[in-house]
Design a protein around this ligand. Structure first.
Ligand code: PHE
Ligand code: NA
Length: 453
């Protein structure tokens, strides 16, 4: 394979463009919606520590591996696996890895889009002043009424899917790149503002303590799995999103430095969201374990009662929708790239196909919050099942395989060349993490959950 090979879909215009896109993929609902509510459900501090350890020891090395695989092959994740397996003379069963990633992308986007639809609906609610002077009880009624309506959820889910498809149609350089350029900094500023508001509540210390003081007796085996799964989810790992973005990465960019920056930003955003939300949770007497509605039941209280809350409320939910969009486009890009490369489709056709499938799958999640809320498989609603299947199983399994492939199957001379670490020691550190630490950690957590350990 030559170093001059480029992706047929184009290339990022610079290292900065890749950083923006990959950060756009990483930072999303996972940080602002999911991280706070699963932290609340799993008892706080101890969960946060396990999550942070997983980001550092498993997430970052696997993110480097995934970027590297994509950039080496310059194709969609399915073809990447086919090409690299060929190059290494490895077993053909590795091909399934690419397929599982594309499947995971569809499944995740099907519920991601529904929740992003909630955020979109909240832009309108903020705009019409629904939160003015409202207390916790009133805000809860607004949320409960909203999710009880399949028609409303369907409307906003459809709108969000349409927006995703419209951006993806325009392709890597124009669509994806421009969409994320201005949004990260604005989201960041708004989060700081929310933290400033949280500081004015007298439960600020209690909120921060909940997040950062570990009580390991509160952490169950499944909690550990959720923390690890979330490390994959929040960094967009294990399903090919980062791989496909890596395939558009110019050759002369240092993967290691770039990855640290992206993972660092993602982590800071999640922690800021937690610091902003938990003081409000306690101030308004809410349950930390309130579930997926947590941010929709807390932040509006702040917007309804702070100075400038009308303006900041609108802005916040707009930013959240944009952050979700820059993630959703990366969830569907592997499938679109595959359809274009292998099925001879135009980008338009590929977007329509994959978008329609995801849109249909979304009905399962929509109904789990209302008409099918009592319908449970393995004690879980369809939404909970999809979330568990993807974040807790498919992404860690995908990540495990990526680690084994990059650490053991690919030739060392290639990985060394592609990663281009600043010195030999950092390459060795990566190698130990990718060969032993990351796969063993994933494996042990699985054993722990099934009760063997
Ligand atoms: N990382 C995104 C978030 O935190 C979600 C995501 C997962 C995006 C997997 C792409 C792939 O919201
Ligand atoms: Na994230």
């Amino acid at each position: 394979m030559t170093d001059t090979k480029k992706s047929q879909h184009g290339e990022w215009s610079s290292r900065f463009a890749f950083i923006l896109a990959a950060t756009g993929s990483a930072v999303g609902l996972g940080n602002i919606w999911k991280f706070p509510y699963i932290t609340g459900e799993n008892g706080g501090g101890a969960f946060v520590i396990v999550y942070l350890l997983c980001v550092l020891l498993i997430g970052i090395p696997i993110m480097m591996a995934e970027t590297m695989l994509g950039r080496r092959s310059r194709q969609n994740p399915i073809n990447t696996m086919i090409t690299l397996v060929d190059e290494a003379g490895a077993d053909k069963n590795w091909h399934y890895l690419g397929w599982m990633g594309v499947a995971a992308g569809f499944l995740i986007l099907s519920y991601y889009s529904v929740i992003a639809g909630w955020a979109s609906a909240y832009v309108l609610k903020a705009f019409t002043g629904s939160f003015f002077g409202a207390d916790a009880a009133a805000i809860k009624v607004i949320f409960d009424d909203f999710v009880a309506s399949p028609a409303k959820l369907l409307f906003w889910h459809s709108l969000f899917m349409l927006a995703t498809m419209l951006i993806v149609v325009r392709g890597v350089n124009t669509g994806l790149e421009k969409a994320v350029r201005f949004l990260m900094p604005s989201l960041f500023v708004l989060l700081i503002l929310m933290v400033a508001y949280a500081m004015t509540t007298d439960t600020y210390d209690q909120g921060v303590k909940f997040l950062f003081t570990p009580d390991f007796s509160k952490l169950t085996g499944n909690g550990v799995l959720t923390a690890m799964g979330h490390a994959f989810f929040t960094l967009s790992l294990g399903m090919g999103a980062i791989m496909v973005y890596g395939s558009y990465l110019p050759k002369d960019v240092s993967i290691s430095k770039t990855v640290f920056l992206i993972a660092g930003t993602d982590t800071v955003v999640a922690l800021l969201a937690g610091i902003a939300i938990f003081p409000i949770v306690f101030a308004s007497g809410l349950e930390p374990a309130a579930g997926p509605g947590l941010i929709f039941q807390t932040l509006p209280i702040a917007f309804g009662n702070m100075t400038g809350g009308w303006f900041f409320g609108i802005l916040f939910f707009v930013m959240l929708v944009f952050a979700a969009l820059s993630s959703s486009i990366s969830l569907i890009e592997p499938a679109v790239a595959w359809l274009v490369e292998n099925k001879d489709m135009s980008r338009e056709q590929a977007c329509i196909w994959s978008g329609s499938i995801t849109w249909l799958l979304g009905f399962g999640t929509i109904f789990s919050f209302n008409v099918w809320s009592e319908f449970k498989i393995f004690d879980r609603t369809i939404f909970q099942l999809l979330d568990y299947l993807t974040a807790n199983l498919m992404l860690p399994i995908g990540g495990f395989c990526i680690a084994v492939f990059a650490g053991w199957i690919m030739k060392q001379q290639y990985t060394e060349h592609e990663l281009d670490m600043p010195n030999a020691l950092s390459y060795q550190a990566w190698q130990i993490l990718i060969r032993y630490v990351a796969p063993a950690a994933v494996f042990l957590v699985f054993l722990h959950v099934v009760g063997v350990l």
